[in-house]
Design a protein around this ligand. Structure first.
Ligand code: CTP
Length: 401
């Protein structure tokens, strides 16, 4: 519930602005007070009249409005709220925020505020993937701005990919998670998930049966306890967890680079089933049959992400958790893996045939620390994720069970 919470919603000029009308309703249903600032461009998509009718409040649009300044100056407007939300956050407003510009009322309140800011980006997939936008995003994150979304999907412009604004209820969930606080508030967690794909040629690859369900559930469970989560995932069909920053990669080398880029972090959970090997020298053209000798695949070892994160000097996350996918002597092998990788905990799971762990919805794990091996009863991957997230939170609050 958001009773007694005051939200200043900045609506920028993108087609997703129509969803912001629903967002206002959802926030008000939960008891929040919502005041809105519309950029000039936003008013091409939604009108101050509809926004005012839904908020039941005056709508602010003009930096130089004498009446508005007399009633409530822009500095006061920027500070009267408990949280500022920018939805949709277009490429343009993100660029202006990253630069610290104050060239309209929206950017001025965002610059003048002393309150936390949450943005819900929305733009065309190419604009989102553009280096400039990604640079601005990194700057905003470094400035402490929280981010929800964007989602993958069909876009109003007819293209497909990341850039679609989170749905109103996802934004509400991120806002509620912010106010709920949670024991991992202020902590940054990197979670790896899913398989990696190691190309043989442009159409073929080496992969494994990992679904990404366990890693994704852990990312969501850590976020629900208040952590800022960067989920680095290989190709999966699992939906993005709510309130998590998702970085999509294909290969083990990409996964390592994305994890290193996401540092510093307090927590790393490596749940991905990273391919141990890749082909040496990926063919640039499709390998053809042609009746000649069979192609020889020469393999080379991939970097070990868990080992690398566990070894980093000053940038080593305070708690590094690995997984051990084993088919026999589960605890013994996992204990050896804990030492070899240099991580703090290992979640050992039985992936032998017949267990249904890979791709399934449940998991039977043993949590191995330096001093104990704690066997958990078989449970859904979601329940395992929540239990692990709580153990991680307890670790940071000094409670060790
Ligand atoms: N892991 C990793 N990078 C790799 C290989 C594994 O980060 N290149 C991580 C996994 O995410 C997991 C842990 O290391 O947290 C153990 O993975 P697992 O597949 O069980 O073990 P391997 O290291 O691959 O060893 P083996 O296949 O010999 O059991």
């Amino acid at each position: 519930m958001l009773a007694n919470k005051s939200i200043l919603l900045v609506i920028a000029g993108g087609i997703a602005a129509y969803k912001s009308l629903d967002l206002i309703r959802r926030l008000r249903e939960r008891g929040a007070r919502v005041r809105c600032v519309l950029t000039g461009a936003a008013q091409h998509f939604v009108t101050p009249l509809s926004v005012g009718a839904l908020t039941g409040e005056k709508v602010f649009t003009d930096l130089f409005s004498l009446t508005d300044e007399q009633e409530m100056g822009h500095i006061q407007l920027s500070r009267a709220a408990d949280l500022l939300v920018v939805a949709p956050a277009t490429a343009d407003i993100m660029a202006r925020m990253a630069q610290g510009r104050a060239d309209d009322l929206a950017t001025t309140v965002l610059l003048a505020t002393d309150k936390p800011v949450l943005i819900a980006p929305a733009m065309n997939v190419r604009m989102w993937n553009h280096k400039a936008t990604q640079r601005n995003l990194a700057q905003l994150r470094a400035d402490g701005v929280r981010v929800v979304g964007p989602n993958d999907g069909d876009m109003a412009c007819g293209e497909y990919g990341p850039g679609r604004m989170s749905e109103p209820l996802e934004i509400v969930a991120a806002i509620e998670a912010f106010f709920a606080g949670g024991p991992l508030q202020g902590k940054h967690a990197i979670v790896t998930s899913g398989p990696t794909h190691e190309p043989i040629d442009p159409v073929r690859y080496i992969a494994n049966r990992s679904s990404g369900k366990q890693g994704h559930a852990i990312a969501g469970a850590l976020a629900a306890l208040g952590a800022r989560v960067t989920l680095v995932t290989g190709p999966t069909s699992v939906a993005d967890p709510v309130g998590v920053d998702v970085v999509r990669i294909e290969t083990a080398r990409d996964m390592l680079a994305a994890c290193q880029k996401a540092l510093p972090a307090d927590i790393a959970v490596c749940a991905a089933a990273v391919a141990d090997w890749r082909t040496e020298g990926e063919a640039t053209q499709k390998l053809k049959k042609g009746g000649g000798p069979l192609p020889k695949l020469s393999l080379t070892e991939n970097p070990d992400i868990l080992h690398t994160l566990s070894a980093r000097g000053k940038k080593r996350p305070a708690l590094v958790v690995g997984f051990a996918a084993e088919t026999e002597k589960i605890v013994e092998h996992a204990q050896a893996k804990l030492k070899k990788k240099g991580c703090d905990w290992i979640v050992a799971n039985d992936v032998g045939s017949g267990t249904g762990t890979f791709g399934g919805d449940s998991n039977a794990v043993t949590l191995i620390t330096a001093t104990a091996a704690d066997k958990w009863a078989k449970a859904s991957k979601q329940a395992v994720a929540e239990k692990l997230a709580r153990r991680i939170a307890d670790h940071f609050s000094g409670v060790e069970t």
